[in-house]
Design a protein around this ligand. Structure first.
Ligand code: SF4
Ligand code: SF4
Length: 291
């Protein structure tokens, strides 16, 4: 399968993250890079600008800015030319998908199909063949896995923002090792500790962020919330939110409820959970039980 990677306003984090895919060498034998900014490719960027044929998947990384050029060519021309040619378009990372961090730095900046939560009128002719892979960066397993599924012509159910459900139907909260603390409403006030949930005070967005970070661990080792840092909601159109390390509240109640949980149900459950004080949750996990 022939791939073309175009970078707009980007830190290249997604391009780098893919190199950390554990099975990268074996996986990429099934693909040809017509152009990738970091990997050996069939064509140079100058040749891509002049025009090449045979693109099957167009991969776009980075935020679009009105009027921006890639060397001498308007980026929009490149995008239109290769989006028309490709069978599939992948927007990799939150910048290419929703605008992301770079969209905060200037006017007229957005993702390919979205500006935050708003779906744009531009490029609608390509919407049906577009797949959104947000993340800051996208997990390499998600990008490699999506490309493998496309290559095998396997079914790829998508959500309303065209994120593959295999990877984005879950929330980051699924699989977090702090779930017991969440259930009993116990926050942790020191970052990096193993104990405590960060939903109540420290801005963790895991309960309403779609992603697989606690099911497909980063580098096969860990996730933010397992390591003791709140999920910042980087796969969502609202990323980056102001005040990432604090929980916005109304009258002492977190302003954002866990996905699909009505406020009334949350308040009832919280009241019951807080009525118990289970000593185990207030002790360091590594404490010697006899000490
Ligand atoms: S730290 Fe975040 S992801 Fe983990 S249990 Fe608490 S709310 Fe869920
Ligand atoms: S834990 Fe949250 S902020 Fe971190 S990579 Fe996953 S979705 Fe993004």
């Amino acid at each position: 399968m022939r791939l073309l990677w175009l970078s707009a306003l980007a830190c290249n984090g997604n391009a780098h993250a893919l190199l950390n895919y554990p099975d990268f060498e074996e996986w990429q034998k099934g693909f040809e890079w017509l152009y990738h900014p970091l990997l050996p490719s069939t064509y140079s960027l100058i040749e891509v600008e002049k025009g090449i044929d045979g693109v099957e998947v167009l991969i776009v990384e980075g935020t679009l800015e009105k009027g921006m050029t890639k060397n001498t060519i308007p980026f929009q021309h490149l995008l239109e030319r290769y989006a028309s040619q490709a069978k599939w378009i992948l927007t990799v990372g939150t910048c290419a998908t929703f605008g992301g961090i770079f969209a905060r730095g200037g006017a007229d900046r957005n993702g390919v199909h979205f500006s935050g939560e708003e779906q744009l009128e531009e490029f609608t002719e390509f919407w049906e063949k577009s797949i959104s892979l947000p993340g800051c960066p996208v997990q390499p397993e998600i990008l490699a896995g999506t490309l493998s599924l496309l290559k095998e012509a396997s079914p790829l159910p998508l959500d309303r923002m065209h994120r593959p459900k295999y990877f984005y139907a879950y929330t980051v909260h699924d699989g977090c090792t702090r779930n017991e603390y969440f259930e009993y409403k116990i926050d942790e006030h020191r970052f990096g500790r193993l104990e405590g949930c960060m939903f109540y005070e420290h801005g963790c967005q895991g309960t309403f962020t779609h992603g697989s970070c606690n099911k497909i661990l980063w580098n096969g080792v860990n996730s933010k919330t397992r390591a003791g840092q709140p999920c910042m909601g980087c796969t969502e159109p609202t990323f980056p939110r102001e005040g990432l390390w604090r929980t916005p509240k109304h009258m002492g109640i977190p302003a954002h409820m866990p996905l699909g949980v009505p406020r009334r149900a949350y308040l009832s459950l919280a009241g019951i959970a807080k009525a118990f004080r289970i000593e185990r949750f207030y002790r360091p996990l590594m404490e010697d039980e006899n000490g």
